[in-house]
Design a binder for this molecule. Structure first.
Ligand SMILES: *Cc1c(COP(=O)(O)O)cnc(C)c1O
Length: 384
């Protein structure tokens, strides 16, 4: 039988061509021609004020943590059900992470719990747009305004996704994107910091280029180039930007296909979801869907394990993810907060189905049919 992997990075066909151009342009370090083309694309298409490519979303989050001036002892509110980097970038600055629970209807942060977690030490909120589905940003921005907090959107999964028509990553003070090969558009490893508050723009460029004012110097704005601040080498080689540019040119085509696959899953699995066998993704009215992820929420971990086993025997490879970070080996002993029941529930019961550009209609149908036959199996103890 044909194997259906969880993910297969899509190549548009132009990647090698643009890398070749970058290589023979004679300038393949950072902030070159393709880097500028990519940044300008995002600024023009989404109206982002300033974009800086980075080597990962993790790097973009680290830059945001430095720019937000997070100091040892500061508190940062983060959902527990997320990827490690969302918290790690702030832990590296010495922050105390205050973990929030997920919503009952969606794995994203439960906005209604955020205000109760704010103390006099709180500096920032980091909402994660899980599966590219927007958090309720009006609610989050209003809490941030009331307590004077900085909002850093982890938009790693949220390229080309919207909240009430506004592009995600463009609402908080900062937005952080990922172009890792598991994301909608990718360059292997890559990311981008979006700066939405111009008070931070100049410093962001300096931190991006090893604490130097090189970017200003090359624009002729200063006549000396030197060490002026902290920072690191956050900028990617122009070869990576060249790869990414080929993806960007095909963004609409990629998004159309991914959204079509998502809808096919949703339509095909809706009858079972309606009967209560499992849950399919909930998309609030204020959120758009960017076809990043299709998942099921099973009734128990045991049922999920059986379903994975069943699908793997048919050469279909779904995956689960995110051990709640407050229960991770690294953070468990430091954690002093409440039980986070919904985060633990998604840790146990959420299952991601294969979703990539080259997945055919036929592949999606066969995955749907296998899931239907699993739930018809009288040996499945947890079915209704
Ligand atoms: C992928 C991802 C990251 C990390 O992105 P990298 O580019 O691999 O550093 C961070 N947060 C979330 C929610 C992600 O999905």
């Amino acid at each position: 039988m044909k194997q259906i992997p969880f993910n297969k990075p899509y190549l548009t066909g132009k990647e090698a061509h643009y890398i070749y151009q970058a290589v023979y342009s004679g300038k393949i370090s950072g902030n070159g021609m393709f880097t500028k083309k990519c940044q300008t694309f995002f600024e023009d298409r989404y109206g982002f004020q300033k974009c800086l490519l980075t080597t990962s979303c993790t790097d973009a989050l680290e830059m945001a943590a430095i720019l937000a001036n997070i100091q040892p002892g500061d508190e940062v509110i983060i959902p527990s059900y997320t990827f490690v980097s969302t918290a790690l970038a702030f832990v590296r600055q010495g922050a105390k992470i205050v973990f929030a629970d997920s919503r009952a209807d969606h794995p994203g942060i439960d906005e209604s719990t955020i205000e109760g977690l704010v103390t006099s030490k709180t500096k920032a909120i980091v909402p994660v747009h899980y599966a590219g589905v927007a958090c309720d940003m009006d609610q989050i921005m209003s809490i941030a305004g009331k307590y004077n907090l900085i909002v850093i959107e982890d938009a790693a999964q949220a390229v080309d996704s919207f909240y009430k028509g506004k592009p995600l990553g463009g609402i908080g003070h900062f937005g952080c994107f990922s172009f890792h090969e598991t994301k909608n558009i990718q360059c292997g490893e890559g990311g981008m910091l979006v700066i939405n508050d111009e008070r931070y723009t100049k410093r962001a460029e300096i931190i991006w280029e090893k604490g130097t004012n090189r970017a200003e110097f090359f624009r002729g704005e200063v006549n000396k180039y030197g060490w002026v601040d902290t920072g690191s080498s956050f900028l990617p080689s122009d070869m990576l930007a060249a790869f990414l540019y080929a993806q960007i040119e095909n963004l609409d085509e990629i998004q159309n296909r991914r959204n079509a696959i998502w809808l096919q899953y949703n339509n095909g699995l809706k009858p079972l979801a309606d009967k209560g066998y499992f849950r399919t993704p909930y998309i609030p009215d204020y959120a758009a869907n960017n076809g990043h992820m299709f998942y099921l929420v099973t009734k128990s971990m045991d049922e999920r394990t059986q379903l994975i086993h069943f699908l793997k025997e048919k050469d279909i490879y779904p995956v689960f993810h995110y051990q709640s970070l407050h229960k991770s080996e690294f953070y468990n002993a430091k954690y002093q907060g409440k039980e986070l029941l919904m985060a633990d529930f998604y840790t146990d019961c959420l299952l991601r189905l294969p979703l990539y550009y080259e997945l055919s209609d036929h592949d999606v149908d066969s995955i749907i049919n296998q899931i239907i036959s699993f739930y018809k199996d009288p040996n499945v103890t947890n079915k209704n």
